[in-house]
Write a protein that binds this ligand. Structure first.
Ligand SMILES: Cc1cc2nc3c(=O)[nH]c(=O)nc-3n(C[C@H](O)[C@H](O)[C@H](O)COP(=O)(O)OP(=O)(O)OC[C@H]3O[C@@H](n4cnc5c(N)ncnc54)[C@H](O)[C@@H]3O)c2cc1C
Length: 424
């Protein structure tokens, strides 16, 4: 899924990441170094995800389709700059800042960019309000924050983690595989996720803005307003900018460059996080309205931190009714309802499929209208045939094979410098 957790999990350092421009971030193993111990697979959120039993206090009517939720709130960061720069209401950043300034933590592991490569996402460890502010906002392109889980291991005190739902699953699996990591995560925050567009999506936005990648000094997909404009700030020092609306960038371009694996994901709202943050799209937004976040406390730890952050003024929240979540995230609910049929088609056609336990996917599928059930089965069948999923993978695909695969461009992610370099 491109989370990167397999990189620190490998005791031999045999895994590296490449960003296939039209596919997403993928791991590549060095067959000379790999001893097939399987630790990379153990932490992989793409292979298997299982829920345990849910606490009784979780909201009963939301459990089946949205996972465990203790409390649901709507609001925004108490710090106006964080609210403005944040993707929605800046809740994820505000909660992380509360921990940074009030808990004994070493930093916040999340996703950002470096000045030298403003279009490429890298894991970052934020240690101040300024660091956090610099990395607010959703980055609708591949990101692998788990590739630096070893920073958590090496940290003096616990760390806050922010990532997509798959990143959080990978974090939890890494904690289960390595007990020393268990107490080193102060809080896991997930953002909602409809699927990560490939790098090709970002390239298409730049073409539409008539901007070459090397002209870009800073790139924001949204934020600085709600949802804010997609903005490329150009080099040259005179603050030249090219912009397009969120509706154009997400609706017309990025949503057409989704990753196949994301279509098979059962968790769009961070069901394994302590706290999840998304957009409260259930109501019509007023013109010029400032950002709002929907915030879900999923664990006791999450609830405790959230209440403390409200008390201290880091975040301003009000309780909302449980109906707000399905009304806000209709697309995510729809995708989940299609999932059981998609997986069934894969099993029938003998395609390896991910294994999910405790998600009530069949119940969700039953709620899908009959015509859509048929479309879902037929669509998956067609995709399997036309995209050649039945062709066996070559064993131990190495970078050479990936380069031979005819893809036009491949980016090798250099994690030592925590930057992404383009390989000629
Ligand atoms: C690919 C993608 C799809 C999304 N789909 C939906 C959706 O369907 N519905 C919905 O309500 N919300 C969706 N979101 C989340 C939404 O855009 C906001 O990020 C969320 O509401 C949090 O807003 P905030 O103001 O609290 O976050 P902020 O305070 O702005 O913080 C955002 C945090 O997310 C981290 N982050 C940004 N991009 C990534 C990334 N690609 N991978 C990992 N971490 C990242 C940043 O490092 C930062 O810490 C999506 C986000 C992404 C990246």
């Amino acid at each position: 899924m491109g989370c990167g957790a397999c990189v620190p999990a490998c005791p031999k350092g045999a895994v590296r990441l490449v960003d296939l421009v039209d596919q997403g971030i993928r791991p590549v193993t060095d067959s000379q170094l790999c001893e097939q111990c399987g630790r990379c697979v153990e932490v992989c959120p793409g292979v298997e995800i299982s829920h345990g039993s849910f606490q009784e206090q979780t909201i009963p009517e939301l459990r089946k389709s949205w996972g465990p939720i203790l409390e649901m709130w709507e609001g925004y960061a108490g710090d106006p700059e964080i609210r403005f720069k944040g993707s929605s209401g800046g809740a994820a950043t505000a909660l992380a800042l509360f921990c940074l300034e009030n808990e004994d933590i070493s930093g916040v592991l999340h996703t950002g960019t470096r000045a030298a490569a403003p279009l490429r996402n890298v894991p970052v460890l934020s240690k101040s309000r300024e660091d956090l502010l610099a990395h607010t906002g959703s980055r609708y392109s591949p990101a692998a924050p788990c590739a630096k889980i070893d920073w958590i291991m090496g940290a003096r005190s616990p760390v806050v983690f922010i990532g997509k739902p798959c990143d959080v699953v990978a974090l939890r699996k890494s904690q289960a595989a390595c007990p020393a990591l268990e107490d080193k995560v102060c809080l896991a925050i997930s953002i909602f996720c409809a699927g990560t567009p490939t790098t090709e999506g970002t390239n298409k936005i730049l073409s539409a803005l008539d901007v070459a990648p090397e002209q870009v000094e800073e790139f924001r997909y949204r934020g600085c307003g709600w949802p804010g404009m997609t903005t490329a700030k150009l080099t040259g020092g005179n603050s030249r900018m090219r912009q397009m609306s969120y509706e154009q960038s997400w609706g017309d371009i990025l949503s057409k460059h989704g990753q196949t694996r994301c279509r098979l994901c059962p968790d769009s709202t961070g069901e394994f996080a302590d706290i999840s943050c998304g957009d409260p799209w259930y109501r019509q937004k007023e013109p010029g309205e400032q950002g709002w976040s929907l915030v879900l406390a999923r664990t006791e730890r999450g609830r405790e931190i959230m209440h403390a952050a409200i008390e201290a003024g880091y975040i301003k929240l009000e309780r909302v009714d449980s109906s707000v979540l399905p009304l806000s995230q209709e697309a995510l609910l729809k995708r989940r309802r299609h999932l059981w049929g998609r997986l069934l088609t894969m099993h029938v056609m003998r395609i390896p499929a991910p294994c999910y336990n405790g998600f009530s996917l069949f119940d969700d599928w039953l709620r899908l209208p009959f015509g859509q059930k048929l479309r879902s089965l037929g669509g998956t069948f067609k995709r399997i045939i036309t995209r050649g999923w039945r062709r066996p993978l070559k064993p131990a695909a190495g970078s050479e094979q990936l380069q031979d695969s005819g893809r036009s461009e491949q980016l090798v992610i250099d994690l030592d410098e925590s930057e992404v370099k383009c390989k000629p």
